[in-house]
Design a binder for this molecule. Sequence first.
Ligand code: GLN
Length: 201
Amino acid sequence: GPTIGVLALQGDVREHLRALASLDVRAVAVRRPAELEAVDGLVLPGGESTTMATLARTFDLLAPLRRHVADGRPVLGTCAGMILLADRILDGAAGQETIGGLDVTVRRNAFGRQVDSFEGPVSVTGLDAPVHGVFIRAPWVESTGPDVEVLARVEVDGHDGEVLDRIVMVRQGPLMATSFHPEVGDDPRVHGLFVDLVTQI
Ligand code: GLN
């Protein structure tokens, strides 16, 4: 199978490596540009997007990460990783940098204004049965560009008791991103979708 890297600067790296280990791939931690070069696909884990961006700059990885995306190589971003992939961030920290490439606007800590964390079933395009979505101070996708395919939405309570549909999983070519944490728990099906994408490219 392919070699899948997990950016290992901060966040839930071990959980992603474990989820990938249950699939037919070689899963490796990525901390240096040479390690990034060697992977077929990359996972950006959940954690704290500002910290990860700062560490990526410190470790001279920000430019190589942007090149990885610009070269059309696959990336799965989860939660903080979704923020790092987004071209535009709402409610970001002052001067917050991204890798970019995914033509979406994400709202950081979007669900957090209602409730910090929640869990529930999420129907994902391409999977027969819903996944158990774990959302932890999660972003949502506020708007998408024309080449972005929406793979999942969840309903959240808006003002006045109205129910809003929020985008929580997207794909644009070789880039895939989730608001939730597919690495938490024991269900590698979202990672499986990403591995399928890596092997098809
Ligand atoms: N709120 C975090 C951020 O802005 C993301 C949270 C997460 O990855 N669980 O980076």
